[in-house]
Design a protein around this ligand. Sequence first.
Ligand code: TA6
Length: 291
Amino acid sequence: MATTRLCTLEGDLPGARLRSATGCTSEVYRHGAHVASWRDADGEDIIFLSSEAVFKPPKAIRGGIPLCFPQFSDLGPLAQQHGFARNEQWQLVDPPANGDEDGGNVTMRLVSSDATKALWPHDFVADFSARLEGDEMHTSLTVRNTDREPFEFTVALHTYFAVGDIAHATVEGLRGASYLDSLDGRREKVDECEAVAFAKEVDRIYRNTPDVLTVRDDANDRSIVVQKTNLPDAVVWNPWVDKCAKTGDLGDGDYKSFLCVEAAATSTPVVVRPGAEWTCGQVLRVVKTPK
Ligand code: TA6
């Protein structure tokens, strides 16, 4: 039976522990509505969480699925990289129904405040839901415009995927897609490769990609399929040696153990009219590679 338990997590932060009927587990913090972990029935990480992650608001947790809203990177008016959603305390919406059949789930809410409006002068209500369903993780973000004027934003689900060995991990589904190379002045390029491989730092904003992408994790005999909805773009990132060493809340060798595929809407900002709402999401599914 799937369960949702409200509890105190790392750093004495409030959150929820989800468990699916197949024994997968996930921890979701109210800080940032941050999915910080997703493990299979054997307790193996599917989503990466840094061993050096800091659980001290307002700093964002390193790893998991940081919510980049109302801005991805510097693609918007905010000075703060990736916006503020991952730094804010979210409310619990309906107390989750503990003991749901086949789906531990939780919904959290962020309502605009004086603090958020000082950064982004719009009234909004954002709801984030996470749900475990068997060997899948379903996440969605809904943004409602409660203001009197339209507003626009960029957004990403900045997912850190755990891999057994970055040298034997690739991202499939992006062949032929154009991307902005953030390591080369955001020059537009086209990916001619069968799959994205990692032998140095990679930081690319792929535009208008297929909605199904695959993270191949050969060292763990598995793939993770990403099915994104209403998120036309995908950011692929691995910091590699130097940037990893310079990132205080990453262990020096962590670059070997994760890669990010971030379902995103960045190339064309999302516009929401007063009273309207917009929803995006992704379903992550683990597929074991037959031996
Ligand atoms: O998504 C890729 C990226 O924009 C990289 O450029 C790197 O900055 C990464 O996000 C992590 O950003 P953070 O603010 O979480 O350190």
